[in-house]
Write a protein that binds this ligand. Structure first.
Ligand code: PLP
Length: 406
C-alpha cells in the first residue's frame, strides 16, 4: 500500500490553508472523497442525467443499468444478495426504515424488549425511544466494562427474552469492537432479530453480512469514500419479503389500483421515489476503490496509526483517553480530554494553529459522552490515507497547545 500515491487521489489533501497542509483526523464524522468517486458522480451529471426505471430511452437505460450495478457491487462487497441491499441516504435512514417497517408489520407489542448498548449513536437510540412512547416497548441498555468493551455478561442477561438486539459493530466514541458473532448467537438463541450498526465498521473492517448471520446491517456511504446521501440497509431476504415497507410511492409498487397496490420486487419495494442516482455511481466507485486497496490492508494501516496515537497521547500528562488503549481491541479512534482545556478549545486551537481537524463535543452519543465529561470530549479518528507522520504531528501540536496554557 503506497500511502503517498493514495493521498494524491484525495483533492482535499492537496489543499493548503494559510500556506499549510490539512491534517484530516475527523474520519469518523465523514471520510474524504477520492477523485475517482468525484469523477463517477460527475460522469452521471455530465453524460447521463436521466432518471432510472422510468424510460426506455438510451439514457434512462444506462442510468438504470449503473444504478443496478451499484446495488450488485455493494451487495457483493458485503457478502449479501442484491435483493437484500436497500439503498438509503445514510445509516440513520437505514435504522429508521428498519424501525418503521417492523412497526408497520406489527412486529412489536407492548412490553416487548429492545436491547441496545450504552455506546450507541443517537441514530440507534432515538428511533427505539419513539417506539417506547408509541407502542410501550421496553428499551434496555447493555453496560460497558472498565476498558469500555461491551459487558457480555450484562448482554446475556439483557438479551434474555428480547425481541430485537441492535448494537454497534464499532463504537464512534470509545472505539471498541463488540464481538458480533457472540452477540448474534446469544440473541438468536433468544429468538431476537439482530441489527448491527455498521456505520463505523463497514468502512474499516471486512464485513460479511452472510457469514455473520445477522438480520440487519446499516451503514453510510459517506464514511467510506462515497458521496453524502448514500448508504444501505442490508437485511435477510425472507424478512424483506415478509415486512411491510416504510415509504410509499413511485418505483416501490408493482401495480396500483384506486384503493390498493401491490409491491415491487426486492430491493425496489423499499426504495420509493427517485433515488440518489449520482450517489449510486459514486458508491460503486468508492467500493471499487476500497476493494483495490483491500480491507485487510486498510484495517492494518489504521491499527498502526492507532498504536502510535495511543503511545503519543499516553506521554502527555494532562490527557486522559477513553478507549481500550490497545490497538488490537479497538478501531482507529481516540477519544480524550485534557485537564487544561475543554474539548472545544482544544479542537479550535489545533485547527487554528496547524489546520488539524479533530472533532469535539458529544459525538451524537450524549448519554455516554456526557457521563464521561459533561462538557464533551475530543476525538481524533483515522483512515487509511492518514500517515504516521500526521499522527505524530497531531500529538506534538497537542503538546504545544497545552504547553502554551501552562
Ligand atoms: C456508530 C454510528 N452509527 C450511526 C451513525 C449515523 O450516521 P449518519 O449520520 O451517516 O446517518 C454514525 C455517524 O457518525 C455513527 O458513528
Amino acid at each position: 500500500m503506497n500511502i503517498e500515491q493514495i493521498r494524491e487521489d484525495f483533492p482535499v489533501l492537496q489543499r493548503k490553508i494559510k500556506g499549510k497542509p490539512i491534517v484530516y483526523l475527523d474520519n469518523a464524522a465523514t471520510s474524504l472523497k477520492p477523485k475517482q468517486v468525484i469523477a463517477a458522480e460527475r460522469n452521471y451529471y455530465e453524460n447521463v442525467g436521466a432518471n432510472v426505471h422510468r424510460g426506455l430511452h438510451i439514457l434512462s437505460e444506462e442510468a438504470s443499468r449503473e444504478h443496478e450495478n451499484a446495488h450488485e457491487t455493494v451487495a457483493k462487497f458485503l457478502g449479501a444478495k442484491k435483493e437484500e441491499t436497500i439503498f438509503v441516504r445514510n445509516a440513520t435512514e437505514g435504522m429508521n426504515l428498519m424501525m418503521y417497517s417492523l412497526m408497520n408489520s406489527s412486529f412489536f407489542k407492548k412490553g416487548d424488549k429492545i436491547v441496545v448498548s450504552k455506546m450507541e449513536h443517537h441514530s440507534n437510540i432515538v428511533p427505539w425511544q419513539f417506539l417506547e412512547k408509541k407502542l410501550g416497548v421496553k428499551l434496555e441498555y447493555v453496560g460497558l466494562l472498565d476498558n469500555y468493551e461491551l459487558d457480555m455478561n450484562d448482554f446475556e442477561k439483557k438479551a434474555s427474552g428480547a425481541k430485537l438486539v441492535s448494537i454497534t459493530g464499532a463504537s464512534n466514541t470509545v472505539a471498541t469492537l463488540p464481538d458480533i458473532r457472540a452477540i448474534e448467537k446469544l440473541a438468536h438463541k433468544e429468538g431476537a432479530l439482530v441489527h448491527i450498526d455498521g456505520a463505523q465498521l463497514v468502512p474499516h473492517h471486512e464485513t460479511n453480512f452472510g457469514s455473520l448471520n445477522i438480520d440487519f446491517l446499516s451503514f453510510s456511504g459517506h464514511k467510506m469514500l462515497a458521496p453524502t446521501g448514500t448508504g444501505a440497509l442490508v437485511a435477510k431476504k425472507k424478512l424483506l419479503e415478509d415486512l411491510e415497507p416504510f415509504m410509499f410511492g413511485g418505483d416501490m409498487i408493482h401495480s396500483v389500483q384506486w384503493h390498493s397496490s401491490t409491491w415491487n420486487t426486492l430491493p425496489n419495494k423499499y426504495e420509493a421515489g427517485t433515488p440518489n442516482i449520482a450517489g449510486s455511481y459514486g458508491i460503486k466507485a468508492a467500493v471499487e476503490y476500497l476493494k483495490k486497496i483491500g480491507m485487510a490492508n486498510i484495517a492494518k494501516q489504521e491499527e498502526r496509526l492507532t498504536k502510535i496515537a495511543i503511545e503519543e497521547l499516553s506521554r502527555i500528562n494532562s490527557i486522559k483517553m477513553f478507549c481500550p488503549k490497545n490497538e488490537k481491541k479497538q478501531g482507529g479512534i481516540v477519544l480524550f480530554e485534557s485537564s487544561k482545556l475543554s474539548a472545544h478549545e482544544l479542537a479550535m486551537a489545533l485547527s487554528e494553529s496547524e489546520n488539524i481537524c479533530i472533532r469535539s463535543g458529544m459525538h451524537c452519543a450524549e448519554p455516554l459522552v456526557s457521563s464521561l465529561n459533561k462538557e464533551g470530549l475530543a476525538r481524533a479518528s483515522f483512515y487509511f490515507y492518514n500517515t504516521e507522520e500526521e499522527v505524530r504531528f497531531f500529538a506534538r501540536a497537542l503538546k504545544d497547545v497545552l504547553a502554551s496554557f501552562g
